[in-house]
Design a protein around this ligand. Sequence first.
Ligand code: MG
Length: 203
Amino acid sequence: MKIICIGRNYREHAKELNNPLPEKPVFFMKPDTALLPPHNPFFYPSFTNDLHYEVELVLKVCKSGRSIEEKFAHKYFDEIAVGIDFTARDLQAECKQKGLPWEVAKAFDFSAPVSPFQPLKNFNRDQGIRFGLKINDEWRQLGNSNDMIFSFEKIISYVSGFVMLRQGDYIFTGTPAGVGPTKLNDRFELYLDDKPVMHFNVK
Ligand code: MG
């Protein structure tokens, strides 16, 4: 399986990083080795001094397809989770400045902890799907899927025009405002629809 990640999908987050609003989705990928095995701590990588958290809704692809039309895109995902797109912001800044790819900053081992998935039909998408991150019992990020610039369907349609989606692929759908640095011994608690669904410690 592969992990596709959307960047800059919330206005307030694009603003906080001084990025222009995208006219089309920005995406990049992480390998399956980026997943954090359940009940494991997250070890702060030695190659960065500015590791940022980004809490995001994560879709699971339920059917393979390519060049999917937006009106059919809803048939290609049926489960949702919440995850962290860990980012070595210092390395990413260097990549951006030099116009280089982002893999060293984004695709490293265990950079994509993801909670257990839940059926999407259990959520009311009209009201928006709420999600968030508490660190050491303090809210750091709160998001709602209704604030996304590009909808789940738009993302599926756009990405599948370049990369075939396979059953079991994950799609990180972008982070809301409030990203910030991770510290040793932080306790991460991820929320989906106001319920805690995953926690881990930073070692
Ligand atoms: Mg992200």
